[in-house]
Design a protein around this ligand. Structure first.
Ligand code: PHE
Length: 343
């Protein structure tokens, strides 16, 4: 009798564990513990047994009853959860309590980081951020910037021309033009964006790079304002006071035009390989807006003056983060980006 109980128990437990629906489980339960269930019958038959035997068999049968009841109710819960999962369209057998797979976290490009920093500095001074198309027309990229057709300055920037006569903008300066037409004077804008030039690519040249244009037009704007704003910008970006110098530079849309050099931050002006031993780094072309450019945009140069600059964002990011090869920035190589992760 004891053997029968043991065999019954083992068989039943396996069947319960293997059952795949709550109906199957219920059938098993009835077959074992229902009114005419196998185990119930054994319990009913106890009274026929004598003394010692009844005691032993009774204990085993009752232990088994408890055990089966527990396993059945556990299994019922498990099957119930699976059914809920199924009704939600989820895969059966899914363990909702398992931790999820961690998704890889990206990082901002160093250019974006510097761009946002500069945007913050300028919006703090009341500048607006404007945008412009990457596919431009001759008028905005050249003509309205005092670079008429056949002007030799067009050769300073190797242009990608499109078949329809449009072009990929060679600088962010067309954004100045669009802003002047749209908002008139006074005006305070910056325009970050991507530019394109037909350059041979090497460690310090790319055909696709970022600039950040700036323009301020008002009454009585002078070179002093330009220098002040540029110095403020650079010391905020590099988080320390910086030394700058202006050299004359030629751009048809500014007069006078300058090349602003930054005292090399790596050697403090002593001369190193980064500044090619000169102690200075050419960083920021700028100047006072040419009267022709104002006139083109219907702004009276007798009343208004202004300055403009075209910061090389890509250059600046490279300086700030010590990136030696410009090609890394457009490579899409996530390993290089990961170094700049801020989260
Ligand atoms: N657009 C010029 C360039 O890319 C830079 C510049 C902008 C110079 C504004 C002066 C004023 O070469």
């Amino acid at each position: 009798m004891l053997d029968r109980i043991k065999a019954l128990g083992e068989g039943a437990i396996n069947e319960i564990r293997a059952s795949e629906s709550r109906q199957d489980l219920e059938k098993l339960r009835v077959g074992l513990l229902g009114k005419k269930g196998e185990l119930t019958e054994i319990l009913k038959g106890l009274k026929e047994l004598d003394g010692q035997m009844r005691k032993e068999v009774g204990r085993e049968a009752n232990l088994l009853k408890g055990k089966l009841t527990r396993i059945i109710s556990q299994k019922a819960e498990e099957l119930g959860q699976k059914e809920v999962g199924k009704s939600l369209g989820m895969d059966t057998g899914f363990d909702f309590s398992l931790p999820g797979t961690e998704l890889p976290v990206g990082a901002l490009s160093p250019i974006t980081i510097v761009q946002r920093e500069i945007e913050k500095i300028f919006t703090g001074m009341g500048f607006s951020i404007v945008d412009g198309p990457e596919v431009e027309d001759d008028f905005h990229n050249f003509e309205a910037l005092n670079i008429p057709e056949h002007h030799p300055a067009r050769d300073m920037q190797d242009t990608y021309w499109l078949e329809n006569g449009q072009l990929l903008r060679t600088h962010t300066s067309p954004c100045q033009v669009r802003a002047m037409f749209k908002y008139g004077a006074p005006l305070k804008i910056i325009a970050p964006g991507r530019c394109f030039r037909n350059e041979n690519v090497d460690a310090s040249h790319e055909n696709t790079f970022f600039q950040l244009e700036g323009m301020m037009i008002d009454k009585n704007i002078s070179i002093a304002n330009l220098i002040y704003v540029m110095k403020l910008l650079l010391s905020e970006v590099f988080k320390r006071a910086v030394k700058i110098r202006l050299r004359p530079g030629y751009f048809p849309f500014v007069e006078p035009g300058f090349e602003l050099d930054l005292n090399c931050l790596i050697c403090n002006g002593a001369g190193c390989s980064t500044c090619k031993r000169s102690g200075w780094i050419e960083l920021l072309p700028c100047g006072m807006v040419h009267p022709n450019v104002l006139e083109y945009a219907n702004i009276d140069p007798e009343v208004y003056t202004g300055f403009a600059f075209g910061l090389g964002l890509t250059r600046l990011a490279m300086m700030k983060y010590g990136i030696r090869d410009i090609r890394v920035l457009n490579s899409g190589d996530l390993r290089s980006l990961k170094q700049f992760a801020t989260v």
